[in-house]
Design a protein around this ligand. Structure first.
Ligand SMILES: Cc1ncc(COP(=O)(O)O)c(C=O)c1O
Length: 451
């Protein structure tokens, strides 16, 4: 007897960031297999993975090197704890990450998701300031950017700035101060008005992904670093989305020569295979936690699956693939092609603006009645045509795996264009006045924050 998985899903699952009322009315797409940059459903249909399985796949699915590394690790041990024990993969990976990361970051603390990586960075920053004592102990609040997204746990929501996701929880959240994205003068204003109260600034370097690919002007990140130094504030860079080549360099921070005090990594860390995150800290922060047990300077934080050996094996294999396959070098011509392919997209009457930083693309369809669910319509149209995309409201997000072939990249853009046209046509049928906007491409080199 064959199992009706779609029905089981509708009857028993609760999906993330999903209004279930709408979900149960649609046929769920069941992905059973994958290959390279393509996902394959239970009927054998193929789809280009246009968002890297939520921004994490790097070298494609079923990458031989990563598959083998996970299998080999399975023959040794699937899981053992990092609390009181260690294992070779965790140690080796920490050394590799420290080597790759901006200078000064010397310690890796593992967890499982982007949310926990940022949560940990916030707790480390807070505790570090407390343990410095004296007037530093007054540094109890955080600065974040408007429209920021750092995850869904309560700490990471506290430094979030997307009302749709975060406003419900306001009564639960701790004190923060918001600065305007990409505006160094505003950051200076916020920091100077809160002098000696701020533990840390948390920022998504170069591009605020979940805000709809908002791109900071060149020089903003380095200006933020200088301001943090001037005001004695720690800098946390959240590279959960931007890390591992997504912006064209291994880490986005590199592009402005910035070394943060704390660096949050997740998503692409394992090549998009398994849940693993790392919060990297400088030796100065690490040393702030050293002391006799009775001093209670320990960082009392740790999850059951922290530093899972299978995940560490996948991460090591992914980093090896970066080297062996010259992933970043081979990405550059694809980025040029992507830029060229997006020029005509920006000129479409249905498109307000295209924003891009490396492989991170936001195609902004402008403001529409939310009931039209224009972004969602584009998703469904794209699916029909063989691509998976997932919007942020009415911004169509594209973020293909770094390994995507030129052919698949061309197909992805072609499908996206057709899907936007079809979705807007359909939406207009329901709303004759549905608006369509002026066009522009905003890339890192001509960057500005879209108003
Ligand atoms: C910048 C940033 N930080 C944190 C997160 C949260 O990561 P996770 O979904 O793994 O908890 C995300 C997820 O999109 C992100 O984009």
């Amino acid at each position: 007897m064959s199992v009706d998985h779609a029905q089981l899903d509708r009857d028993h699952l609760w999906h993330p960031f999903t209004q279930q009322l709408g979900w149960v009315e649609e046929e769920p797409l069941m992905i059973e297999r994958a290959e390279g940059a393509q996902l394959i459903d239970s009927d054998g249909r193929r789809y280009i993975d246009g968002v890297s399985s939520l921004w994490c796949n790097v070298h494609g699915h079923r990458h031989a090197g990563i598959d083998d590394a996970v299998r080999d690790q399975l023959d040794k041990v699937a899981h053992s704890t990092m609390l009181g024990l260690s294992h070779p993969g965790a140690a080796e990976l920490a050394a590799k990450l420290v080597d790759l990361a901006p200078p000064g970051l010397s310690r890796a603390f593992y967890s499982e998701s982007g949310s926990t990586a940022t949560e940990i960075a916030l707790k480390m920053a807070f505790q570090f300031q407390q343990q410095r004592g004296g007037q530093h102990a007054r540094r109890t609040s955080f600065v974040h950017l408007r429209e920021a997204y750092h995850g869904d746990t309560i700490g990471s929501v506290s430094v979030g700035g997307i009302d749709l996701f975060h406003s419900t929880y306001r009564p639960l959240l701790f004190e923060t101060h918001a600065a305007e994205p990409g505006d160094a003068a505003d950051l200076e204003r916020v920091l100077s008005s809160r002098e000696e109260e701020v533990a840390a600034l948390i920022v998504e370097p170069l591009v605020q992904g979940a805000a709809g690919m908002l791109i900071h002007p060149p020089g903003y990140l380095s200006a933020a670093r200088e301001l943090c130094d001037r005001f004695g504030v720690l800098m946390i860079c959240d590279e959960v989305a931007t890390g591992f080549g997504r912006t064209g360099t291994m880490f986005a921070c590199e592009q402005e020569g910035v070394a943060p005090d704390l660096l949050c990594l997740a998503k692409g860390l394992t090549g998009g295979y398994l849940p693993l995150a790392a919060t990297l800290a400088t030796e100065r922060i690490y040393e702030g936690f050293l002391g006799a047990p009775a001093e209670q300077r320990t960082f009392f934080h740790g999850h059951t699956y922290t530093g899972n050996p299978l995940a560490c094996a996948a991460a090591l294999a992914s980093l090896e693939a970066f080297e062996q396959e010259r992933t970043l070098e081979r990405l550059q011509p694809k980025l040029e092609l992507l830029g060229e392919l997006l020029e005509p997209v920006a000129a479409m009457p249905e498109v307000a603006e295209v924003r891009r930083c490396g492989t991170m693309v936001g195609i902004d369809l402008g403001e529409h009645d939310p009931n039209l669910r224009l972004g969602h319509r584009v998703t469904l149209e794209a699916r029909r045509r063989g691509a998976i995309v997932r919007p942020l409201s009415d911004v169509v997000v594209l973020m293909p795996p770094l390994s995507i072939s030129e052919g698949d990249l061309r197909s992805l853009i072609e499908i996206t264009v057709k899907s936007i046209k079809a979705a807007c046509r359909e939406a207009r049928k329901g709303q004759p006045g549905a608006r369509i906007a002026m066009s522009a491409v905003t890339t890192r080199s001509g960057a500005a924050i879209a108003a």
